[in-house]
Design a protein around this ligand. Sequence first.
Ligand SMILES: [Zn+2]
Length: 313
Amino acid sequence: MATYQKQLESIGFRYDTLTANGYNKINGFCFTVNINPGTKDYIISTACRPADEGTVEALYQALQQFAGERKKTVKTAAFNGKMITVICHTDEIVPDITKGVRDSVDFINYCIGQFQCIPCCEVCGNQADTNIYLIENNISMMCQECFANVQNNIVDNIYKENRVNTNYPLGIVGSILGGLGGAVIWIIFSMMGRIGYVAGAVAGMGGYFGFKKLGKKMTLKGLIISLAVSLAFLLCGMYVAIGIDIFNAFRDWDVSFLDALQLVPVYLGDPEALGEIIYNHIFGFIMFILGAVCCIAQFFNEKKVKNRVIKLM
Ligand SMILES: [Zn+2]
């Protein structure tokens, strides 16, 4: 099956891959197709309204009738005063959205003609020549004035953000807390005789989010520090867990917990024990790496999307 992008392009839409949105301008009216990757619902919208308030009621009725007649593909069809929106659900068996999109677009175009709709701004509702803009993660059909406002806000935001400095000491405290969380989980699982894989992910992500929360602003340096700190704490947790195992094994031999901790390197020196230890811990590390990769991806994606304003068409 062709991807959503190919399907939408085959019926004349353009596609923004980062936000999974299709968009097009037809006869001066902007159309967007927003695809929900989770539910696979897709939403077709046009910013427009009847020129004459008196026909709004008839538009409502036409939308209801349309949705009622196409229950298999259409979930709802609505008008909010500034925008006609049709929500379709993908048929599980035929995951082809082109027919649903085309039907919806045709129907909206019919409404535009029938109820003498004018293009309007999705934000202020004024009649205007609207364009399609990408604002961070959202696609919006706006007039030029509203877009200028958005641009000004973004400039303000950048100015404010530049004045916030990363608080590294507090950020490091945050990543210690995240790493500590992972370590504690690992130890608790270990004491129950289980392998707490999840602790790896908790440490990997906890360190990052801990830094971000307390350090106020994430930087590349902060990212590296937070991952190194949380990995160190996870390793400490693993070390202590082995110490607890040794302590329990020698309980009758009058070995103190501190002695047991000091015995860990000796224990690891035994090739047979080391093999088992590696086997028991490898998935914890893999989970840590997966968590860290998610954080790294989030960091770079956020950087790419943050304060992004683009006129699409
Ligand atoms: Zn506007």
